[in-house]
Ligand binder design. Structure first.
Ligand SMILES: O=C(O)CCC(=O)C(=O)O
Ligand SMILES: [Fe+2]
Length: 287
């Protein structure tokens, strides 16, 4: 039996606190949930990340396409293809209750609105190296209340200005512009192991330089609306042994309900409901 870690990993949040976080995201472009990831699971996830990092044994500069600015970062890509626990984390109900009201496409129609219709764009463990200049992850700056994607950053270790903390400019998600190089309103986000930082990917953000010889591991999860291209062909990168254990909701979160059709004879909509998942019942798309 594969364990389902879904319910117990994250602490329950009362409606009042949840509403505060939702308001923070709309108003400031980010929120931080202190001690959201319970210590026991922080320890399990931290151990897995370090194990996977050692197993892969690749410097970031050895990956095709790695930018120079990332050369000193430590990275573990595609965590969700390595262990189901990361999918259980993303599909956790306590997290969903904050994300879904903001990110669900209300006109999706093929899946009831009480379930997510957003998807995972990427799930990477990251430890800061060089400083990361202010940038946006949404690729496009625009004004308006509706975000198109979030970055969820689970702190597995303490982070502060010395070891490569996240920096951001509060309210910049509503600026409608790309970041200016110099900005006086930059805030250094400090974090403790177990904290979760959620931000609208339009926010101007980066990291400080890691001036220590210690790591600053975070799990960085990109969650996007269903129509945005994923950073990895996730559909082809989930091994059968993980795929066969997933619920419909989890398969949808990985993008299996929003695959473009092979032909118009097949279907003419990218959006589908859970019924399509029967097609992938016994195997994933892994070759
Ligand atoms: O790890 C962080 O604090 C932020 C990383 C980041 O901005 C990114 O990967 O786009
Ligand atoms: Fe970023």
């Amino acid at each position: 039996m594969v364990k389902f870690y879904g319910t117990q990993m994250l602490k329950k949040i009362k409606k009042k606190e949840r509403d505060k976080h939702i308001n923070n995201i709309y108003k400031f472009g980010y929120t931080k949930i202190d001690q959201f990831l319970k210590t026991k699971y922080r320890n399990i996830l931290f151990k897995k990340v370090v194990q996977e990092f050692k197993k892969t044994n690749l410097k970031t500069s050895e990956y095709n396409g790695a930018p120079k600015r990332s050369s000193k970062d430590l990275l573990v890509f595609n965590l969700i293809g390595k262990d189901k626990i990361f999918i259980d984390l993303i599909s956790n109900n306590n997290l969903e209750q904050i994300i879904r009201p903001i990110l669900n496409d209300p006109f999706y129609n093929k899946i009831p609105d009480k379930y997510p219709n957003y998807i995972v764009g990427a799930c990477t463990a990251r430890s800061s190296g060089k400083k990361l200049d202010l940038h946006i992850d949404s690729r496009i700056p625009y004004k308006g209340s509706q975000p198109i994607s979030f970055l969820l950053l689970f702190c597995l270790e303490k982070m502060d200005g010395k070891n490569g903390a996240t920096i951001l400019v509060p309210k910049s998600h509503l600026s409608g512009t790309f970041p200016q190089k110099k900005n006086n309103n930059v805030k250094v986000v400090k974090g403790e192991p177990g904290d979760l930082l959620i931000f609208d990917t339009r926010i101007w953000h980066g990291t400080t330089e890691n001036k220590t010889s210690n790591s600053r591991w975070t799990i960085n999860i990109v969650i996007t609306q269903w129509w945005i291209k994923q950073q990895l062909n996730i559909l082809h990168s989930i091994p059968k042994k993980i795929f066969s254990k997933l619920s419909n909701k989890q398969k949808q979160l990985l993008g299996f309900c929003s695959i473009p059709p092979d032909s118009v004879k097949d279907r003419i909509s990218v959006k589908t409901g859970y019924e399509i998942l029967k097609k992938y019942k016994t195997n994933s798309l892994v070759n």
